[in-house]
Ligand binder design. Structure first.
Ligand code: ZN
Length: 137
């Protein structure tokens, strides 16, 4: 997987704020899965930084990461399978519906994030309530 780079510099806290907001919007919608590129487009953040932050949301249980295996046949390019972990399938052969036998390498695998259903419910519940004020003094 190649995440690319870019000259764009965005502060870490800005990435966190923007992505947190975007993920909350997605959680509140009917969408269950999204690609990292959807987040970078929506938030205008560099992909490597956005991806790194999305992984921290996986650690905190907001998201799960899954891997889409895509057929390398340029006339096909369909998703052959989506797996939770690459370790069990990497270097194995799979057959696509188009008839191509595909060796599973990291080049044909794309990360996709799933919103935790519990988090979706949490966001919806909290949206209907009035925001609690937090005071620090
Ligand atoms: Zn195919």
């Amino acid at each position: 997987m190649h995440l690319g780079g870019g000259g764009l510099m965005v502060a870490k806290w800005e990435i966190k704020e923007k992505i947190d907001d975007a993920v909350r919007v997605i959680a509140y919608s009917a969408v269950k899965y999204f690609y990292p590129t959807a987040i970078t487009k929506a938030t205008n953040t560099p992909l490597p930084d956005a991806f790194e932050y999305l992984l921290t949301l996986v650690q905190s249980g907001v998201l799960s990461i899954k891997w889409e295996i895509r057929c390398p046949n340029l006339d096909c390019l369909q998703t052959i399978k989506t797996v939770d972990s690459l370790d069990e399938v990497i270097e194995e052969y799979m057959e696509c519906d188009c008839g191509k036998e595909v060796l599973l390498t990291r080049d044909i695998v794309f990360p996709i994030f799933e919103i935790n259903p519990d988090y979706k419910e949490y966001v919806k519940k909290n949206k209907s309530k009035k925001k609690k004020k937090i005071t620090f003094y």
